[in-house]
Design a protein around this ligand. Structure first.
Ligand code: HMG
Length: 388
């Protein structure tokens, strides 16, 4: 029996800042962003959006198809937590109208935890094949203004239905893991923006790729040449391109530079215009691959490198299933991206600086998102979400 991704859908905010606008304000060459880090636009969450509303928006098309009673477990991966105790997924559970018998848990390990959630979901389904598990990754990437990280902000959520005999991708059991206690990127509880040692983090990312690949190669018979495509964690697109060149070189690949690039190029397209979405980014990369490659991908092997600062990383693999095209949400994704509105610099700053009630103040939050779900108010320390 195979287990894996039966359906996948993502959501991002309806607003973005073009990195040319940021570059103009900073008097920087826009090519530093467009070419140097490989990013064009970054999605900005509105003040009435958070990981809960984005997660519910991402999962809605899946629930509309299979109904509210089919899900036995909801795993929500995030590093943009809104509460130290209550799992954000419980709000999502209510907004989607899921069955009261469905268990809900939140997972955290920087950008890696969606992969932990996916593997745990596969294990649950393998134990009880009638089970369907909803895995959601939802994050808002935030750095301080006027820091090197600023241009790598973004936001997004991705929802994956995990089942047996999956219609999109069967996930292989063999994985390569790597864990190391490093301070490359972290966000203490008292901060809303991350602290990062940027250059160091890129070195650790590359080291983790080598370690996970070595560990994967010890347990799996699948070699570099068996893969058609690779999905990487995408803090910025250039990071994945560099990493993939390293991996191809260390495997003495005979592919041309163009051939190596073609193995990841379709996975980057959405990230280039959304920005970092932390836990969601690698799986939005998978959506980008499935939505943008017109040739039939059935039977192709895809390698995944999932990285979360701090750090935990994993290399694993999956096979695209026959008939997967019928299960995609390509048109919905493309329409959502096409209908986004561009922000000018002042509008970006206003969203960035919108007060985040931290002391329990009661606030009504004006409507801004075009999504189905929104955060309408905070009263008596309680977040109030509504369906629009
Ligand atoms: P920086 O230091 O300002 O940039 O920020 P730079 O000076 O290194 O330039 C970047 C690239 O642009 C360089 O290319 C330049 O040469 C090039 P490279 O040498 O790397 O090949 N460049 C230009 N190209 C064309 N025309 C120009 C031009 N000017 C320069 N005019 C940095 C870079 C990564 C430090 C910054 O973006 C940052 O701090 N980002 C945040 C941290 C990050 O994303 N780290 C990635 C690995 S860690 C990770 O992935 C985990 C994470 O997602 C968090 C989690 O797990 O939760 C972050």
């Amino acid at each position: 029996m195979s287990v894996g991704i039966d359906e996948i859908s993502f959501y991002t905010s309806n607003f973005y800042l073009d990195l040319r606008t940021l570059a103009a304000k900073q008097q920087t060459d826009p090519e530093k962003y467009y070419t140097g880090i490989g990013q064009e636009k970054m999605a900005m969450a509105t003040h009435d959006e958070d990981i809960v509303t984005m997660a519910a928006n991402a999962a809605l098309p899946l629930i509309e198809r299979i109904g509210t009673n089919a899900i036995s477990t909801l795993l929500l991966a995030t590093e943009t937590g809104i509460d130290q105790s209550k799992a954000a997924g419980i709000y999502v559970h209510r907004l989607l109208g899921l069955n009261a018998n469905c268990r809900v848990v939140e997972l955290k390990q920087a950008c890696y935890s969606a992969t932990a959630a996916l593997q745990m979901a596969c294990a649950l389904v393998a134990r009880q094949p009638s089970t369907k598990v909803l895995v959601i990754a939802s994050d808002i990437a935030r750095y301080d203004l006027d820091t090197p990280g600023e241009a790598t902000q973004g936001c997004g959520a991705v929802a994956m239905l995990v089942s047996h005999n999956p219609r999109i991708m069967a996930i292989d059991a063999e994985v390569g893991n790597y864990t190391d206690d490093v301070m490359d990127f972290w966000r203490p509880n008292y901060r809303s923006t991350a602290l990062v040692d940027g250059k160091y983090s890129t070195k650790i990312y590359l080291k983790a790729l080598k370690k996970t690949w070595d560990s994967f190669s010890e347990v799996s018979r699948i070699g570099f040449n068996d893969f058609s495509y690779f999905c990487y964690h995408l803090p910025f697109s250039r990071m994945a391109q560099k990493a993939h060149q390293h991996l191809a070189k260390s495997n003495q690949s005979e592919l041309s530079a163009e051939g190596i690039e073609a193995q990841i190029q379709p996975t980057l397209r959405y990230n280039q215009i959304i920005g970092n979405s932390y836990t969601a980014s690698i799986y939005i990369g998978l959506c980008s691959l499935l939505d943008n490659v017109k040739e039939n991908l059935a039977g192709k092997k895809v390698g995944f490198f999932s990285y979360g600062s701090g750090c935990v990383a994993e290399f694993f693999s999956g096979s695209i299933q026959e008939g997967y095209q019928a299960c995609l949400h390509t048109e919905r994704h493309m329409n959502m991206l096409a209908q986004r509105q561009e922000l000018n610099y002042d509008e970006y700053l206003a969203l960035y600086r919108y007060p985040d009630p931290r002391q329990g103040e009661s606030v009504e939050i004006p409507k801004a998102t075009l999504g189905r779900f929104r955060l309408a108010a905070i009263h008596q320390h309680k977040r109030e979400y509504v369906v629009c």
